[in-house]
Design a protein around this ligand. Structure first.
Ligand SMILES: [Zn+2]
Length: 367
């Protein structure tokens, strides 16, 4: 794989970094871009690091060394060896490859205090957001200053209306906390997702896209799973995300000490989540959750158990019986889970209160 030096284009107040990628396989030439509609040119550091990080796992899957038409961060280059070893250990289909830059270069770190948090409006995003407000995070250097919402991830580039609804709402939400909203867009999924699953790729593309921004030193990736779950393979991990850091950008994996239930409990004390919580990736429809898929139902069951579901405008306020019934139907038809209430049981273990005991009894009706 050859990664050409990215070009910078400014069009309609949007800055696009685009690179030509040549694959040895099929002798194909592809184009990958990252676009930033609401930043100025001074807030961009065009780097090869960004494209390298985003494409590393793809090159490993193809078994192709990466040749770069420019310099890369020495720290990143060193840490990507460990990154490769980790993913190779889990996924036999990947090969350890050589990374061949023209040379090494340390870009200037940005002096601004504060952090930027990736934000998609889900439980993990809100948890990391609130955790970095000044009242919860006393260290000035890590208090939240920006949220970062990227298009072309869960909301596809062909669904502008949903993206715009979420964008407007998250922008307003962030403003109330004096936090700025940063938007990005990429065509990565359209070009490379057929090579390796998005479940594996997403974190490296997210981190890669953020490396071009010269706004804060640190970039927070909200954890998807608690430490215990990290044994299964998933693109974003406590043990690997930080390896995508450079001298000028620290990549932080935040929140892996908490279960999803813990996070839901925490964020539900902030009423601003009532109109904004969006967990569904199955059927994207603005801020609305489908209330039928496993992720929606799992989230709803926990909100119901802590008596908060009634406040959420982005979910239907089903009874706990209805939620459990739907979960059971879903699991028995998918045949995936041995215990259809696995996640709910976890919640019960953690919050063993009288209310939850009642819910547990209700659940037994459907066993
Ligand atoms: Zn859903």
């Amino acid at each position: 794989m050859i990664i050409k030096k990215p070009t910078i284009n400014t069009k309609n107040k949007s800055i696009r970094l685009e690179s030509e990628i040549s694959l040895e396989k099929d002798k194909e030439n592809l184009r990958l871009y990252f676009e930033y509609p609401n930043v100025n040119i001074k807030q961009i550091i065009p780097t090869m690091d960004s494209f390298l990080v985003s494409l590393l796992l793809v090159a490993m899957k193809l078994g192709e060394d990466i040749k770069l038409d420019g310099n890369i961060s020495p720290k990143l280059s060193y840490n990507l060896n460990t990154y490769q070893q980790y993913f190779k250990n889990f996924l036999n289909e990947l090969k350890i490859i050589n990374i061949l830059p023209m040379g090494y270069e340390i870009k200037k770190p940005h002096p601004t205090k504060g952090s930027m948090c990736s934000f998609s409006g889900g439980v993990d995003s809100f948890y990391s957001f609130f955790s970095h407000l000044p009242k919860n995070q006393k260290n000035l250097f890590y208090q939240i200053r920006y949220i970062y919402f990227i298009r072309g991830f869960d909301i596809g580039n062909n669904n502008k209306s949903s993206f715009d609804i979420c964008k407007n709402s998250y922008n307003k939400f962030a403003k109330n906390y004096d936090v700025k909203f940063i938007e990005a867009k990429t065509n990565f999924r359209e070009v490379f997702e057929n090579i390796l699953s998005w479940e594996i790729l997403h974190a490296s593309v997210l981190a890669g896209s953020a490396l071009n921004l010269n706004l804060t030193k640190s970039f927070i990736i909200p954890s998807s799973h608690k430490f215990d779950y990290s044994k299964s393979i998933w693109g974003s991990q406590q043990v690997t995300d930080f390896l995508l850091s450079t001298e000028y950008k620290e990549i932080i994996h935040h929140g892996a000490d908490k279960s999803r239930a813990d996070k839901i409990n925490f964020i539900s004390s902030y009423p601003e989540t009532y109109n904004n919580l969006r967990v569904c990736w199955e059927k994207i429809n603005g801020l609305n959750n489908c209330c039928e898929c496993e992720k929606c139902l799992r989230t709803m069951s926990i909100l119901k158990m802590i008596n908060k579901l009634k406040h959420y405008k982005t979910f239907k306020n089903y009874s706990i019986e209805a939620i459990f019934k739907k979960l059971k139907t879903l699991h028995s038809s998918s045949g995936k889970a041995k215990n259809p209430y696995e996640n709910v049981d976890l919640m019960i273990k953690e919050y063993y209160t009288k209310d939850i005991n009642d819910f547990k009894n209700n659940r037994n009706k459907y066993n």
